[in-house]
Design a protein around this ligand. Sequence first.
Ligand SMILES: *Cc1c(COP(=O)(O)O)cnc(C)c1O
Length: 447
Amino acid sequence: MTAENLINGIPQERRLTTAIPGPKSLDMQKRRVSAVSGGVGMTLPIFIERAGGGVVVDVDGNSMIDMGSGIAVTTVGNAATEVAAAVTEQVERFTHTCFMVTQYENYVDVCEALNRLTPGDHEKRSALFNTGAEAVENAVKIARHYTKRQAVVVFEHGYHGRTNLTMAMTGKNQPYKQGFGPFAPEIYRMPLSNPFHDGLSGADAAKHAISRIEKELGAGNVAAIVIEPIQGEGGFIVPAQGFLPALVKFANNNGIVFVADEVQTGFCRTGAWFACEHEGIVPDMITTAKGIAGGLPLAAVTGRAEIMDAVHAGGLGGTYGGNPIACAAAMASIGIMEQQDLNAKAKNIENVMVPRLKKIAEDCGVIGDVRGRGAMIAVEITKPGTDEPDPDMTGKVAKLCHSEGVLVLTAGTYGNVLRFLPPLVMPEHLLDDALTIIERAFKEATA
Ligand SMILES: *Cc1c(COP(=O)(O)O)cnc(C)c1O
C-alpha cells in the first residue's frame, strides 16, 4: 500500500470481508432495535468503526466507498487531520461557556469567515446555531421581525428540516410530516422551476410563481422567500437559468427578505463556495450547516447587517449555538477548503461523474435525467421513455450498490432519485470504482 493510498491511516479501497451487513453489525442491530426509537431510520444497518478520505469502514472490516458524506457533511473528509487537531486543542482548553454568557474568539472567527465568503460585498452579520433546521427557523424569525410581516413563501419539493416550523416548510409528507401536525401557519408553497418535468424557461417559471404570490398572498404581506438554490432532499433539482434571479428581483422590489437555504449546497459542495454564485444572485440572508464544520454540529444565519441587527439583544441564541469545539472544527474545515481548493475538486468530481452517468443512462433506459453541480450529482429514475417516477427500480439499484460496497443515498418527493454526495477529498480511483459498481447495478437491475 503506497502512502497516497492511505488517508487517516485507512487504505483507500473498496473491500468486502463479509456480506453487508456483517455478523458484528447484525449483533449491534439487535441491540439497536431494542434500545433506539424505531422512529429513527437508517439507510443501511451497518455500524461504522473508522472513516476517512473516501471510505467508511464498518465493525466487520468492510470498507465502503462513501458517496453520501453523512448527507453532505464530511465535505473535507471524515475526521480530517486538521479538524481532529483543532477539535483536540479546543476540547482540552474549554468545551463550553455559552456564548450568551461569556464569549470566545472562535465564534467571532466563524462569523467573520461567513461574512467574507458568502455572496455580496455589503455589510453582513452572522449568528450561530446547531442544526440546519434551527438556522432556517432563525432566518424566518429575523425576517418576520425585520419586515413586521408574517407570510413565508417556500417551494414544491423543498426540504428545510424536521422541527415544527421547518416541517411546515418542507414539501413532502412521508416520512417527514405524517401524523405530526398541526403545522405552523403562514407558510405558502409555490411552484418551482423543474426543467425536466415542466419544460419551462426560468423566466416563465418565475412569472408563474410570482403571479401566484401576488394573487394569493399579496407581495406586501410576505416576510421572506426561502428557497434552496439547488434542492437537496427534493432530488437535486437545478432550477432553469433565470428563475432565481427573477425571484430575487421580485423580493428586492417588494421589501421581501430573500433567504437562500444553502444548508446542503454550501461550502464548496457545488464547485463554488455557495450555489447562489452559479446564478450570480446575492441573497439577503443565507442559512448554512452540514458541510461547515467537518462533521461537528454547527449552523449559521448570515445576512445584511441592517436585517440581522434589527433584532433586540437576547432575541436570538441558544445554549449550545456556536459551541467552541464546533467553531474550531469549522475554522479548520474552511482552512482545508481554501488551501486544497475544494471548489476545483468538486468541479473535477462533476467532470468525472456526469459523462459516465450519461453513458449509463443511454445504456439502461431507466434514467430520465442526469443533473446537479459539482459534487452534488443525481440521476432521476423513470419508467423507460416517460417522466413517470420509478421508486422500485431506484431502491433496487441502491440495494445492489450497497451489497457491493458503495454507499449511495436516494432522494426526491417520489423516492426515485439516486443522489451522490462524495467527500470532496475522494481519491479519483475510488470515484471510478464507485461508478463501475453503479454501472453494474443498473445493468443487473434492468436485465
Ligand atoms: C438538511 C437540511 C436542512 C436541515 O438541517 P438539519 O441539520 O438536519 O436540521 C435544512 N435545509 C436543507 C436544504 C437541508 O438540506
